[in-house]
Ligand binder design. Structure first.
Ligand code: PSV
Ligand code: MN
Length: 388
């Protein structure tokens, strides 16, 4: 039997972190389409993020990307977030958009460039000190395009050395979250291509280093829930960057391409204690809304995570264990599928109403007047964009 009260308790306290960059313009290398009303700076981005929280009630934190969200005074930004009812969250470093980093950042063969990359990472820790952020998320575009271009092992040595320097700079309550990615922008070798490489470096670094699983960063067909189960067992899953992909790192709305995969991932999270009160997993979105409106895109994504989580929590674990123990393959699978096939939308709507929220966040936002207001107000200036 599933304890429905226990399920709703978990859903009530679920928290999903939003990426500031999802509110800016984005696109592909072919075209970035500008949308009316897009924020011009970090303050307007957090105002938009606050809208997502206002209508979903579960997204009170927004992650920053430095230098995209650089401001003169982060305490002022943090105070502005607080006034809007949200907080600043993970700090994402950016050592992939400076000409100097063409051949790598902390793995670059040139010590001057390695130093420059490290200085940026230290600056990010300084930002964390001001914002009170717990997590520093590191993703390196470092890698090579051609066999022979650089020494693979030497690059791993430089990576380990750079990570160590950052790790040693962390405060007691801060964490280093290392994200991996199979390919892109490098096409022959990436220096952190997979969870195993990230895990090995994190193990070497120590307990404050954990792995980030970006759901778009794997080869097609990869069993992501296995990776999640393994990392959770090892206590090394630090964060998710949720998004969907059909082909490569598409950064589409989470749960849009393969909701069943999201359910399978969240089932592993749920059964390994990842939804417990003291969970230290950061459930983040990392998406770009290239052709759809951004705030509703984020609201829909948050709802998709909620729906998949609700289904994962509805699995009858006793029945599942009994079927597994009895070697009842079809029975066990049926228990899982029963939960997946449950329509959890009424349950979530009820939970929202109970919390004083509109049961339909998409409709409530559409009616709010905010979309028209930002289009009217945000005239002139430079719209924020992926890379600006
Ligand atoms: C890289 O593809 C990535 O997933 C990293 O998390 C970056 O910080 C983010 O995208 C930027 O959009
Ligand atoms: Mn990511």
């Amino acid at each position: 039997m599933v304890d429905r009260e226990a399920v709703t308790t978990v859903l009530r306290r679920q928290r999903i972190e939003l990426p500031s960059w999802a509110f800016g313009n984005s696109g592909t290398r072919f075209k970035v389409f500008a949308q009316a009303g897009v924020p011009r700076d970090a303050f307007e981005k957090i105002a938009d993020a606050a809208q997502v929280h206002r209508y979903t009630g579960v997204a009170p934190r927004v992650a920053l990307h430095i230098p995209w969200d650089k401001v003169d005074d982060y305490a002022v930004l943090a105070a502005a977030a607080k006034d809007l009812g949200i907080e600043l969250g993970t700090i994402n470093a950016n050592v992939f958009q400076d000409d100097d980093f063409m051949l790598g950042s902390i793995t670059n063969p040139d010590p001057r460039i390695r130093r420059k990359a490290l200085d940026h990472l230290f600056e990010c820790v300084d930002v964390m000190d001001q914002t009170g952020s717990r997590d520093l998320k590191l993703w390196f575009s470092d890698g090579t395009n051609y066999p022979g271009q650089d020494n693979i092992r030497a690059r791993q040595d430089r990576l380990a050395e750079g990570l160590r320097a950052v790790y040693d700079r962390l405060g007691e309550h801060q964490r280093l979250i290392l994200e991996y990615k199979l390919f892109e922008p490098a096409f022959y070798t990436m220096d952190v291509p997979d969870w195993g490489t990230s895990y090995a470096h994190c193990l070497e670094l120590g307990p404050q280093a954990k792995v980030c699983v970006d759901t778009g960063h794997h080869a097609p067909g990869t069993n992501i829930e296995f990776i999640v189960a393994f990392l959770m067992r090892a206590g090394k899953l630090g964060a998710f960057d949720f998004n969907s992909r059909f082909y490569a790192d598409d950064d589409l709305m989470v749960g849009s391409a393969d909701p069943f995969q999201l359910f399978r991932i969240l089932f592993e999270v749920a059964t390994a204690g990842g939804f417990d009160v003291d969970t230290d997993i950061a459930f983040m979105l990392d998406q770009c809304h290239n052709i759809e409106p951004k705030i509703p895109g984020q609201i829909r994504s948050v709802m998709n995570v909620q729906e998949a989580s609700a289904k994962a929590l509805l699995v009858d674990l006793d029945a599942l264990a009994a079927a597994q123990q009895a070697g009842d393959v079809l029975g066990a699978n049926a228990v899982l599928m029963d939960a997946y096939n449950t329509d959890v939308r009424p349950l979530l709507a009820e939970l929202r109403s109970e919390q004083g929220l509109d049961p339909n966040p998409m409709a409530a936002y559409a009616r709010s007047g905010y979309p028209e207001r930002i289009v009217a107000d945000r005239v002139g200036g430079q719209q924020a964009g992926w890379g600006a």
